[in-house]
Ligand binder design. Structure first.
Ligand code: PLP
Length: 418
């Protein structure tokens, strides 16, 4: 069972000021999660989490994470600009992008961010763009093939397809890139890889760490480059479905520590810092989309029409992603109705749930769409002229603060030429 972090009376009070739909984030949940992550890797003195800004690009969220000791992981010009305005600089910023425009490398270098190169050709591109190579530099590795973990009767626990992914360099290219970067003046090196997304397994990070640690030992021997950090990137998932188990970050941290002791320490590399770039794990469960049932429709199926749509939350339409729904005030009512919960887009995939067992929903009921704190608002768009919603923060003292106002038609029209 999934319990929302907000109650019906709280929402009834909130809608007096902020009409639905809106996103709501839970500061306490975010801070506690950041602290659990930090504790899990406290064995590594250089450990740092670089929050993946793209998951939840809001300055107030970034400032909370900054207070918890996190840096930011940026992949675009505006994410870099937002980080700068929030007071991140230098080694607080990781720049992990791909197909990167020159101006983004320029801003990243100006801020002193650690640049993570996605491709071998970017070595020359960076040298030509900046006129120099920064002393600290990272390269993204893609081992190719298929990445899988933990076979059981139901299939593999984790399976993804790096060989089909556009990201990263081959193993041979890593050696070439390191050699070249060193000749051009780089002094502190890092390696990075992101091999599987939304993993529900305590084995993913340790397995990835083993691959990267082994690769780091080889690279240091082959090229003489000083490897200062290893970036395990994102990919730790959350249980979107109530029956799914949760990852245990303490177990994950311990698994990475074991690999570190077995591979890096004997190679004389016990000074390597571990970095992470988690987005979903840190924010996903601590945000929800609150929406109101405005219509019901009885045709070949039973439909509940809500005031949010796929333009506010794209994951169900784009990936068929499951997001749990709670009808506020009916938390304990029997789920004896079967509904499609829809938005108003002229697209039949605009459904937050299909054939979902829910309590009887009446018009005016408030629905909480769970686990939308990461890659939720951020993936919003404006199809059908829909406007982006507000974002609210439920603060640790129990008060609610507006952290992004809802768009108005004027915002939508602002870029048009009449
Ligand atoms: C998206 C992304 C992340 C965050 O991924 P999550 O699945 O949210 O943990 C981290 N690093 C890079 C380079 C990414 O593109």
């Amino acid at each position: 069972m999934k319990t929302p972090f907000v109650t019906l009376p709280q929402v009834q009070e909130l809608v007096k000021t902020y009409p639905t739909p809106f996103y709501l984030y839970d500061e306490t949940g975010i801070r506690n999660c950041a602290r659990r992550l930090k504790a899990a890797f406290s064995w590594n003195p250089g450990f740092r989490e670089y929050f993946a800004v793209k998951a939840t690009p809001n300055p107030q969220i970034l400032k909370i994470l900054q207070e918890e000791g996190c840096g930011t992981d940026c992949s675009s010009l505006t994410e870099l600009m937002m980080s700068e305005r929030c007071g991140f600089s230098g080694s607080d910023i990781m720049f992990s992008s791909n197909d990167t425009p020159a101006e983004e490398f320029q801003l990243a270098a100006k801020l002193g961010a650690t640049i993570n190169l996605d491709d071998l050709t970017h070595v020359d591109f960076l040298q030509n763009t900046l006129g120099f190579i920064p002393e600290t530099i990272s390269c993204r590795y893609n081992p190719g093939g298929v990445f899988q973990l933990g076979e059981s009767k139901e299939g593999f626990q984790v399976m993804d397809n790096p060989g089909e992914a556009k990201y990263g360099m081959t193993r041979a290219q890593l050696t070439e890139a390191f050699t070249k970067l060193k000749a051009l003046g780089a002094k502190r090196f890092g390696i990075h890889a992101f091999l599987a997304s939304n993993t529900i397994s305590n084995e993913y990070y340790p397995a990835l760490a083993r691959i990267l640690f082994q690769t780091a030992v080889e690279l240091q021997r082959e090229t003489g480059c000083h490897i200062a950090f290893i970036n395990l990137s994102g990919g730790i998932g959350i249980p979107y479905r109530p029956e799914q188990p949760e990852n245990d970050i303490a177990v994950i941290g311990e698994g990475v520590r074991k690999a570190y002791e077995e591979i890096l320490v004997p190679a004389g590399m016990g000074d390597v810092s571990i970095f992470t770039e988690l987005g979903r794990f840190l924010l996903g469960p601590y945000g929800c989309l609150v929406t109101k049932a405005v219509h019901e429709k009885h045709t070949y199926k039973e439909y509940i029409g809500v005031d949010a749509c796929a333009a506010n939350l794209m994951r169900p339409a784009m990936y068929g992603a499951y997001h749990h729904i709670t009808v506020l005030g009916k938390e304990n009512a029997p789920c004896d109705h079967t509904y499609d919960v829809t938005g108003s887009l002229c697209e039949n995939n605009d459904k937050f749930a299909i054939d979902r067992q829910l309590p009887k929903i009446d018009r005016g009921d408030y629905l909480v769409i769970h686990d939308t704190g990461a890659h939720g608002f951020a993936m919003g768009y404006q199809y059908n002229g829909k406007l982006r919603s507000a974002e609210l923060l439920l603060q640790t003292d129990g008060t609610v603060r507006l952290i992004r106002r809802a768009e108005t038609p004027d915002d939508y029209f602002a870029t048009l030429v009449w």
